[in-house]
Design a protein around this ligand. Structure first.
Ligand SMILES: [Zn+2]
Length: 301
């Protein structure tokens, strides 16, 4: 077990260093463009023992409790628990174990150590905040806007229209040409891999892609919802690299509802789990507060 934790720790440190390098390549307010992004990969195989780590038994029990009840506001809004972020967290810390397992706590401890956090293996608000920062840094759009730059929309000849069967609704949707190529490869792989995704042709179809900034501004003004957690003044959708994909919806809610029950429902879905495990192979990263929102950051090296 110790050598497994040590291997995971070394891998996380190396990958963190690569992530910092990738982030700094974005400096100076550079516009969003394809970049090489370092992604972690599970260092532990499916044979990983999830429970025989008694040193982490208490941490595992605390994680099981906080999963559905912790009153944290890491994403700008008070939430009950962190289960919505469990799939991304599990991937990030390279664990194959559920959040209530001792093996998960052991992997979390290794990740916390790599981030210079108290390495108790207990999920807490600073740890989730640190995870959020790691996830945000993978999005060139966030790096650009952090430097005060709202990326311009692409020229019209760099946009392509989806096929009708690729869109969730009847409205025509545009995406960046390279983004559409990557998206099509992703969907083909998802349907080949997952019987659940194959069984419902609506899954992973796109309900929003490129959005004209002018139209977006009119829309948020009309809704009285500009510059908020749910409607940004400068949306990533203006770049033609962002996609909102259909992952199903909680009963009575819309596929893009940011209500907590809907986000939790989607985070538990096979389609989202597949995306978390595989989308980076096609250059897509998630905005964790919205399971349906993914951004293309370029082909993986
Ligand atoms: Zn979106």
């Amino acid at each position: 077990m110790i050598w497994k934790i040590a291997c995971a720790l070394i891998a996380v440190i190396l990958l963190s260093a690569l992530g910092v390098l990738a982030f700094h390549r974005l400096g100076g307010g550079a516009p969003a463009r394809p970049i090489a992004v370092a992604f972690p990969h599970p260092a532990l195989g499916p044979d990983q023992a999830c429970d025989p780590a008694p040193a982490f038994a208490d941490a595992a029990a605390r994680n099981a409790a906080s999963l559905t009840s912790a009153p944290w506001s890491v994403f700008g809004r008070l939430e009950a628990g962190w289960e919505t972020y469990a799939p991304l967290t599990t991937r990030e810390i390279a664990s194959a174990c559920p959040p209530s397992a001792e093996g998960f706590a052991a992997a979390l401890a290794a990740w916390q150590a790599s981030q210079h956090l108290p390495a108790a293996g207990v999920m807490d608000e600073p740890t989730l905040q640190a995870l959020r920062q790691v996830w945000l840094r993978r999005r060139p759009f966030v790096a650009a806007t952090a430097h005060g730059v709202c990326p311009p929309p692409p020229p019209p000849d760099q946009l392509a229209v989806l096929r009708p069967e690729e869109a969730y609704g009847p409205q025509p949707i545009q995406l960046g040409v390279n983004v559409l190529v990557a998206y099509r490869a992703l969907v083909a792989a998802a349907r080949a891999d997952s019987s659940a995704i194959r069984a419902d042709r609506r899954l992973l179809t796109i309900f929003s892609g490129y959005r004209d900034p002018t139209v977006d501004a009119i829309r948020c003004a009309a809704a009285g919802d500009c510059g908020t957690i749910t409607r940004a003044n400068c949306s990533a959708h203006r770049t033609g690299t962002a996609i909102d994909i259909y992952l199903g919806e909680a009963p009575g809610l819309r596929p893009d509802s940011s209500a907590d029950p809907n986000r939790l429902f989607q985070s538990r879905s096979p389609a989202y789990r597949w995306m978390v495990a595989n989308a980076d192979r096609f250059g897509f990263v998630n905005y964790p507060f919205e399971p349906w929102h993914w951004e293309w950051v370029g082909a993986r090296p």
